[in-house]
Ligand binder design. Structure first.
Ligand SMILES: Nc1ncnc2c1ncn2[C@@H]1O[C@H](COP(=O)(O)OP(=O)(O)O)[C@@H](O)[C@H]1O
Ligand code: SF4
Ligand SMILES: [Mg+2]
Length: 334
């Protein structure tokens, strides 16, 4: 349903994103993860043509077979809010402070003529029910500032799904929320995706959040896709050293955070270099504790079964289970 091939995004002399291949089949949930500055938002925004004016995009982004790269703005805006829904980090900024929330959901419905005018009110209440807002008819008459952060994000989700999009792009939608509300919103998104067969591109710097919502994960570092695969493989047996580092620093779910209290916080050495300051070869070079001489040249893509692939010269060893009766329990492969 979404197929990205050889996508390059640059601003001035700087290459911000360079992706060989990324796809989201219909109904799937892909998590895009990486530290701040990895290029996650740029990648997500390129799909709907909302990049800064000075950004130059090459390559191909096909949505339901339609090429989105360098498509005229008038045509791209038809996709936004109808075929592709979006939600972002800061719900209050995305809502109009002077308009009742029900009216804002209604506007989303009217914009794309999803329901006849006389059905808008009823459909608005149905949508607010679907995102599990209490007493939705009364809540529809409130203004955004009269709602909690979690309720505001639910209203935005209602607006995003108003036109039954095939794809929902959610960029750090729970980052501003506390842990309990975050969990509820993630469960809501997973449920809506399953019920509607709606694909989700979920963007977060937090691998724990990504793990809880995604069936596949793409790990981005310095604008480069370093590892992709099924979530259980990426989290259970990562191959790239950056993915391994992300897993080691991830405090995980609330119960793990509680267990880690008082223990020293593990962090990835250094920080993502500014644009133009990446070393040649592997972009994680300089921060990676497993660097070898070959890392100064660009690592090739290693393909593994189940569409798991990575780009690393000195990957995390994997254990391959042998059939019962074979000598040894497991053997390490490079
Ligand atoms: N308008 C812009 N002009 C120039 N560079 C930008 C602009 N917006 C973002 N960048 C740069 O692009 C890189 C990727 O940014 P972004 O996609 O926002 O990262 P992420 O979402 O992973 O935190 C960063 O290095 C950031 O500084
Ligand atoms: S290619 Fe080298 S520097 Fe890059 S992550 Fe792998 S081991 Fe580390
Ligand atoms: Mg971002």
């Amino acid at each position: 349903m979404l197929e990205i091939e050889d996508l390059n995004i640059s601003i001035g002399a700087h290459q911000i994103v360079s992706l060989e291949h990324l796809s989201i089949p219909a109904g799937r949930r892909l998590g895009l993860v990486g530290e701040s500055g990895s290029g996650k938002t740029m990648t997500a925004m390129s799909i709907i043509g909302l990049l800064p004016r000075e950004a130059v995009v090459t390559g191909s982004i096909k949505f339901s077979g339609v090429e989105m790269v360098n498509r005229p703005e008038r045509e791209l805006s038809n996709f936004r809010g109808s075929e592709i829904g979006t939600i972002f980090q800061d719900p209050l900024r995305a809502l109009n402070p002077t308009m009742r929330v029900g009216k804002q959901v209604g506007e989303a419905l009217r914009l794309h003529n999803t329901v006849p005018n006389k059905g808008v009110k009823q459909r608005t209440v149905e949508l607010l029910d679907q995102v599990q807002l209490p007493d939705s008819a009364a809540l529809a008459r409130r203004y955004p500032h009269q709602l909690s952060g979690g309720q505001q994000q639910r209203v935005l989700i209602a607006m995003a799904i108003a036109c039954n999009p095939k794809l929902l792009i959610a960029d750090e939608p729970t980052t501003a929320l506390d842990v309990t509300v975050q969990k509820e919103i993630l469960e809501l998104l997973a449920r809506l995706s399953a019920e509607r067969g709606m694909a989700v591109l979920f963007v977060s710097h937090d691998l724990g959040v990504i793990q809880s919502i995604s069936d596949h994960v793409a790990v981005l570092y310095g604008g480069s896709l370093v590892e992709t695969g099924p979530t259980d493989q990426i989290v259970g047996s990562p191959r790239h050293r950056y993915t391994e580092a992300l897993i080691n620093v991830n405090p995980g779910h609330p119960e793990d955070i509680a267990a880690s209290l008082g223990k020293p916080l593990i962090t990835i050495k250094g920080s993502v270099p500014p644009l133009g300051a990446f070393l040649s070869g592997c972009r994680f070079r300089g921060r990676c504790p497993h660097e070898v001489d070959t890392c100064a040249t660009e690592p090739p893509i290693t393909e593994m079964p189940d569409a798991h692939s990575f780009k690393c010269w000195n990957p995390v060893p994997t254990t391959i289970s042998l059939a019962p009766g074979e000598a040894g329990l497991a053997k390490e492969s490079p």
